[in-house]
Ligand binder design. Sequence first.
Ligand code: NAI
Length: 327
Amino acid sequence: MKIAFFSSQSYDSKSFDALKSNHDLTYFTENLSVSSVKLAKEFDAVCVFVNDDLNADILKKLKYYGIKCILLRCAGFNNVDLKEAKELGLSVFRVPAYSPNAVAEHAVALIQTLNRKTHKAFNRIREGNFSLEKLQGFDIVNKTVGVIGTGKIGAVFCKIMLGFGAKIIAFDLEESPELKAAGIKYLPIKEVISKSDIISLHCPLNNETKHLINKDTLNLMKDGVMLINTSRGALIETSAVIGALKSKKLGYLGIDVYEQEEHLFFKDLSETIINDDEIARLTTFPNVLITAHQGFFTNEALYEIASTTLKNADDFMNGINTVNKLV
Ligand code: NAI
């Protein structure tokens, strides 16, 4: 099958080419958008990532150009109009779990970097400053960690935080008996938000969860709370979070995802004027740590993404339906 990759980076071609599949793979660096969709002409399938836009118009164009299959090389599918894809008869596959550990461990890295300020210590020591002033952190043991969404990633995160000796409270639409047995207590979402010292978001983005963190929910939080988001940017209303940082309601913010990340992330914009005033403001706070959607970015996850995506392509050709097929 001829597969056009969008938003591809050097590590994508490296991990996919290493598997030597029978498919014909072409890598485009462009995001899939109205202006780039024509690149899909004469291909059988497109392989896309988190910031590629698969709205109804783009799906119609893909169908017109002869695309039969959409291969998401990620877990989240909030960027695809699945209803339209189904109506057009386009098959959509995803990689439901490539490494829950990669993302959960990154969430912990954000917590501990913000807490123990290792990023600041690194710079200080390189400049000959061995002072400890303003590097003070806190013990995680006995702190209350609130987890919203205890699916694959949230569950790993809960287990890691249990290892730190934290008390875990959680909210999910479905409670996990395994996590309950491990000592995690499920509570209504408002209680999780109001009782936690650290809140970590691990639920998907959908109509219900968009701007889950807003002015009202921020007001419920403890003063000085740490908020971590490795899930999807629009779970957080950025302007409300900026307000909460200014008023010191939020003590720390660690984000691997950002509401308008499609204009910024995965690109080197170091010589460009950034027009996004909210990200510019966020980068000025000393207690904010931003990574550019790198939670998934481990050797193990890249291998899993490539092997599962190529298996999804094989399954499509062989007419095999698996749980990876969304429509
Ligand atoms: P999952 O589907 O295994 O778990 C999601 C959990 O959220 C489920 O238990 C579900 O019941 C729960 N949920 C759904 N609606 C909810 C609501 N309104 N409130 C609370 N919980 C709700 O998904 P997984 O693999 O754990 O991924 C979670 C999210 O992490 C993905 O949706 C994706 O957006 C994000 N992600 C981020 C990556 C990164 O590199 N930063 C990489 C992979 C995923």
